[in-house]
Structure formats: C-alpha cells, structure tokens
Ligand binder design. Structure first.
Ligand SMILES: *Cc1c(COP(=O)(O)O)cnc(C)c1O
Length: 331
C-alpha cells in the first residue's frame, strides 16, 4: 500500500492532535479516553470531509473540472466543506440538498446553511427525502455542461473508494503518532454514516497492521444495512489502494444510538454534547459525534471496556451545525 501514488491536495496544517480526555474519563470512571481532533482539520470549520476532499478534488482538477457538484442533507457538513474546497481552488460549486426530514429546509437557517450562502454557493437544488441523489446531481451536471462548464460529481459524504483513502491516510498518520508518543490504543471509535470514514479506517488498520478493533456507531441505518455498506466500501477501497481487504467480522456496527432516525435528536445525544462541553470544553455536533459519544458513554457504563483500556474517539467535526440545533441540545 503506497498512498503517494494518488494525486492529493493538502488542506490542513499537519497531523491533527490527539488529546487525552482526563476529565471525561474521570467523570465516567471507565477506561482512558483519548480523542483524535479531526474537527481541527483545514477548510472552513474542519471535519472529516476535508481528508476525503484532498483526494477527490485532486482528481477533479486532474480531469480539468471547473465546477464541483455534490449532495447532502440540509445541514450537510460535507456540502459546506466541498464548497470551501471549491472556493480555495478557484472552482465553482453547486449543491443538491435532500430534505430528509420533511419541511426541514429553511433558506434563512443558521449553521451550515448560513455558510453555504456566505461561501458563495453557485446554486442550490432542494429535493424531497428518498430522491435518487445521483440522478439529481447528474441533472445539475448536465445543466453545467450545457452552459459550457466542466462538472465533477462527488457522491454524498465523499464516500467512494477515492474519498475513503483520506481515512486510510489518517490511520497512517495515527500509527506514526502512536509510535512517537509510545501510546497504544485498544479500540478506535468512529461514527458510521455514508461510510467513507469507517471503511477507510478499517482499510488503514489492515494496511498498517495496527491490529486494533474499530467500533462504528451508526447515525442513520440499522446494523444489517450499515455493516454491508461498510464492508462493500472497505473491499472496494482496499482494492483501490492494493491492500488486502479486512475480514467481514472486523466490521462492527452499533445501531442503538440512532434514535428516530438521521439527524433526529435523542436525550443521550443531548447529554453527550453537554457533557463534553462541560468536562472538556470540546464541542460535538448533534447529528454525528453527539450520537457517537452517546454510544461510547453507554458502552463505558455497560462495562464493555476494561479500566486499563485506552480508547481513541475519532472526532469528525460538525460543530458548525450546532448553532442550528440549540433547542435540541439545551432545553
Ligand atoms: C459526514 C460526517 C460523519 C460521517 O462520516 P461518513 O464518512 O459519512 O460515515 C461524521 N461526522 C461528521 C461531523 C460528518 O460531517
């Protein structure tokens, strides 16, 4: 596995730090919890999509594209970061937003929606939940072509084998940090959504022979669907980077923390977001990392980990969406 063969843009300023969360660990009374701060990656507001976009946008540029097209939910971090990457590269950007919760799109909404306007998005198309997003993006791409532009479509969440390489690279970075700090981890806890992060981390662990179990906390789907999604993407990503694919049983998902569905608040999410703010001064988000942390907290309380374990929580960002969800986090 040699990731240097893939064209890559560089959107960050060095490795993301690994923080030891002593106050949170003390409060929970469980294992030692550490956090890899991918919320501090580059581009406007940071977060996991930045690592994927380094490879995806390099490919778009290599193909001579002048317009990035992508899709997401109405408060999509991925759309915000794709748009920011486009601005940074002097490209144009059009977004297709899926209204997964009926009536949830509000042109005047804060959070990421405000940032789409601030960053100067070229066009936004809103489609109903359950729409064929690829077809909707293709229609936008056709319009761009008719106007003489060169579109490049990035799938939802940047989760194809090329985007997932961002998280294979993240594990290489992590392995180097573990060596430098003489710190081993017994578990890595990741959020599991469109899957590029979870699948990329699994391939990275395989390719670096780190031999650390990866626990994925679902944010939308039940386990049966999510584990298949992650496994298929991990196999495709492993093929793409010429690394042996992870075994099927390395894909471990937890679906008890989704609640009523994607982006729907849960009491455990609100507790987790508030707890991290008040023990560590670290902001999580209500849609992904809040539920991911709710999962970790529940596993700690349920005695899943040994007191001597060291657990690494991958913080994938999302705090810019917080401002849209005030009432769902604080009563
Ligand atoms: C997109 C996103 C995730 C989920 O990552 P996937 O690679 O789509 O599974 C997690 N956290 C945040 C903040 C995100 O924006």
């Amino acid at each position: 596995m040699n990731l240097a063969v893939f064209p890559r843009r560089n959107y960050s300023y060095g490795p993301t730090p690994i923080a030891k969360l002593s106050r949170l660990s003390g409060t929970l009374g469980g294992p030692s919890i550490y956090m890899k701060r991918d919320d501090l990656l580059g581009l406007a507001g940071g977060g996991n999509k930045t690592r994927k976009l380094e490879f995806l946008v390099a490919d778009a540029l290599a193909q001579g594209a002048d317009t990035l097209i992508t899709c997401g939910a109405v408060q999509s971090n991925h759309c915000r970061l794709t748009l920011a990457a486009a601005v940074h590269e002097g490209l144009r950007c059009r977004l297709v937003l899926e209204e997964r919760v009926p009536g949830s799109y509000d042109k005047q909404a804060s959070g990421n929606n405000f940032l789409y306007a601030l960053l100067g998005v070229d066009a936004i198309t809103v489609v109903p939940g359950g729409s064929d997003m690829l077809a909707a993006m293709q229609a936008v791409a056709n319009a761009v072509e008719q106007a003489g532009g060169k579109p490049y479509i990035i799938p939802g969440g940047g989760s194809n084998p090329l985007g997932a390489i961002g998280y294979v690279a993240c594990v290489q970075e992590l392995a180097q940090q573990m060596l430098e700090h003489s710190t081993n981890f017994d578990y890595i806890v990741v959020p599991s959504g469109s899957g590029g992060t979870h699948a990329g981390v699994l391939v990275g662990v395989e390719g670096t022979h780190l031999n650390i179990p990866v626990l994925g906390i679902n944010v939308s789907r039940p386990n049966a669907l999510q584990e298949k999604l992650i496994y298929d993407l991990a196999v495709a990503t492993a093929t793409h980077v010429a690394c042996p694919a992870p075994e099927r049983d390395k894909v471990r998902c937890y679906d008890s923390y989704v609640g009523a569905g994607y982006s729907r608040p849960t009491p455990a999410m609100a507790e987790a977001v508030t707890l991290l703010a008040r023990t560590e001064g670290i902001l999580l988000d209500p849609v992904y990392t809040g539920k991911q942390m709710a999962g970790l907290i529940d596993l700690v309380r349920g005695g899943f980990f040994a007191p001597t374990d060291k657990v690494l929580f991958l913080h994938t960002g999302g705090a810019p969406a917080l401002y849209h969800y005030r009432g769902q986090v604080l009563a």
